[in-house]
Design a binder for this molecule. Structure first.
Ligand SMILES: *Cc1c(COP(=O)(O)O)cnc(C)c1O
Length: 429
């Protein structure tokens, strides 16, 4: 197998950069990317790679999309940034209007931040302070086992305890973790939640797909049941659509698969089409109203320097325009159908198990004699094999998944499928 020849950029990188989720002692050379166009990324040697993971699940319409670039360029020449306390601007107002139009009808207000983790932090603070402002003692939080909501301390606290959170274990606040719902355990889950309802501020969950846990999936109808129960027990619901939002699940939002409505929603990743960092937390009028007071202590004291940055808002506006075009919605359907067909092939493969799919997200496990886990050693070998063949996949241990940009065409996606089958042969058990 070809090892990438260290280039100028790679060497310079090694001297100065500390990469995310990377053991810098054993990591291979970082691939020096110089250009992106559509579904492809190009390295220094001109080799091109299909970005089958949308650059960590963010890219929707392909790299360096000319329409988004043009809109951001114009905005950059008009207004690049303004403090969002006491001031406002057209891109933020328009984006809030457009987004709220697409969300469940109870979503009424938009709070801006910088990324998925901060969108979650703001949501948690809204829930805790909602109870505080109403003079209620509610500080317990419910979350799913294996959840992932981000890497800041609050977001880590509501994420499942794992190797990622271990060094910080004693610093994380307590959270009650429950199983994801299925036909068998629903009654039991309701009982568990019912017993804690009095003290519980909120329930936070990734709807339908637990992404970072390895694309674990569960049914909308069971989540609906759980949500209905939380509603009846007056537990606030925080729906983290940081990953599932903007078409990933085959519909615009995971919310579109559900009949129950959450109180708060979190967005990031695909929000700007993957071009600029931005987070959004939306909430119902009821939540917002609990912060309206002559008592200044009831204010939500939270904000970031770049809150509602006009460039990021403009990128989001442009990306959402592209997303709602007939062509994109058709592509999302087509990718979902192609995934579904390929799932059947995979399900019959002797080295593959637990094939699962929700819309444009496809995941399956490579059978090994080690446990399914993030540290399963096959992950690195698979990663290298795909990279060598011009495809960027980032297996979570032995869990392989595809989350392609919507601009991937049928032939390119078929090439990815064929390569998966070829690589599976290579590592045949
Ligand atoms: C990625 C992710 C986050 C964190 O977003 P960042 O922008 O990486 O901080 C939060 N929730 C979910 C569901 C995610 O997938």
């Amino acid at each position: 197998m070809k090892t990438l020849i260290p280039t100028h950029l790679t060497e310079r990188d090694k001297a100065v950069n500390w990469h995310p989720y990377t053991q810098m002692k054993t990591a291979g050379d970082a691939v020096p990317i110089v250009k992106g166009k559509g579904v492809y990324l190009y390295d220094e040697d001109g080799k091109k790679y299909i970005d089958a993971v949308s650059s960590w699940w963010v890219t929707l319409h392909g790299h360096a999309h000319p329409y988004i670039a043009e809109r951001v360029f114009q905005q950059l020449n008009t207004l690049e940034q303004v403090i969002f306390a006491g001031f406002t601007h057209e891109p933020a107002v328009q984006l809030s209007e457009n987004l709220l139009n697409l969300l469940p009808e109870n979503q009424s207000k938009v709070f801006y931040s910088d990324n998925g983790s901060t969108a979650v932090e703001a949501a948690l603070k809204m829930c805790i302070q909602y109870a505080y402002n109403l003079g209620k003692e509610k500080t317990k939080i419910l979350a799913f086992k294996n959840a992932y909501h981000g890497d800041t301390f609050g977001a880590m606290s509501v994420s499942g305890r794992s190797v990622w959170t271990k060094p910080f274990g004693s610093m994380l606040f307590e959270v009650v973790f429950i199983d994801t719902p299925n036909a068998e355990n629903l009654d039991d889950l309701k009982k568990q939640i019912g017993e804690l309802a009095e003290e519980t501020a909120c329930f936070i969950y990734e709807p339908l797909v637990q992404g970072a846990a390895g694309m674990l999936m569960y049914d909308a109808k069971h989540l609906d049941e759980l949500m209905k129960f939380c509603r009846s027990e007056e537990i606030l619901m925080v729906q983290d659509e940081v990953f599932t939002g903007f078409g990933r699940t085959g519909k615009l939002f995971a919310a579109n698969h559900l009949t129950e409505m959450p109180d708060i929603m979190c967005f990031s990743k695909g929000l700007t089409g993957g071009t600029m960092p931005m987070g959004i937390t939306t909430c119902s009028q009821e939540i917002f109203s609990a912060f309206l007071s002559d008592d200044r202590y009831k204010t939500l004291f939270h904000g970031h320097s770049f809150t509602a940055n006009p460039l990021a808002c403009t990128a989001a506006l442009a990306s959402m325009e592209l997303l709602l075009q007939e062509e994109t919605l058709t592509a999302i359907d087509r990718i979902s159908r192609q995934h579904s067909d390929f799932s059947k092939t995979l399900s019959n493969h002797p080295d593959v198990e637990n094939v699962r799919q929700t819309g444009t997200i496809l995941a399956f496990e490579y059978k090994t004699n080690q446990n399914t886990s993030y540290f399963n050693e096959i992950g690195k070998k698979l990663y290298d094999a795909f990279l060598h063949r011009g495809i960027i996949m980032r297996p979570l241990g032995n869990v392989m998944y595809l989350v392609p940009p919507y601009c991937i065409n049928a032939e390119e996606l078929d090439f990815v499928y064929e390569t998966i089958l070829e690589v599976l042969e290579l590592f045949q058990n």
